[in-house]
Design a protein around this ligand. Sequence first.
Ligand SMILES: [Zn+2]
Length: 255
Amino acid sequence: MAAQTHLFLCLKDNFGVLLHDPQSGATASIDAPEAAPIEAALQRTGWRLTDILVTHHHADHTQGIGELKARHHCRVVAPRNEAARIAHVDRAAGEGDTVKVGALEARVIDTPGHTAGHIAYFFPADKIAFVGDTLFSIGCGRVIEGNAEMMWQSLIKLRGLPDDTRFYCGHEYTKANIRFAKTIEPNNKALAARAEEVDRLTAAGQFTIPATIGAEKAANPFLRADDPEIARSVGLAGAPAWKVFAEIRERKNRS
Ligand SMILES: [Zn+2]
């Protein structure tokens, strides 16, 4: 049976998302930014929390874990390379590991850069990916603990997922990301189309995610750093893609 998801906001602009396996009744919270809205989402859906799948150690992704675990006795899965920095971890997971939520099966992908041990969870049967703060719609996370080359490699891995993969990211930053992306690729038609779609969604009071990897590849400048046009437009014709990526990221930091 197909996985079900439920998306909501936590804190100021963090996404909370529940993943539910209708067959077993198992439900995972992807990260735990804040306990109260996650509890409210569980009430609304009637789902029982069995797992928390953590993408990285930042407080705005982990600070709800203690309260949720105390109440639901759920299992906490966290990135192997930073599990020591996260409280209440039951299982550490890294590249190539399989993590189950009931009958749903995720493949773990190491995506370092934003943090040194950041991971993503890809559920191939449902083509759903939870990418934390590595990839945002029309943007990407800040490179905080890793370096630009590492982050670029992580983004390439996510870009390699099937085009019809729907991805859920950690923050609702899409509108600001689009404003910046237009400064890099003012004539990108896919980006213009995404901007219109996002205006429509926002006007209707809807979230801008999930987006698909296929649509994102066409419009997100951070996934397009190996396009010679983009290299030229940032004055780095012929430079390696990760350097072009680093330049785009640097410009975004200053924007
Ligand atoms: Zn973060």
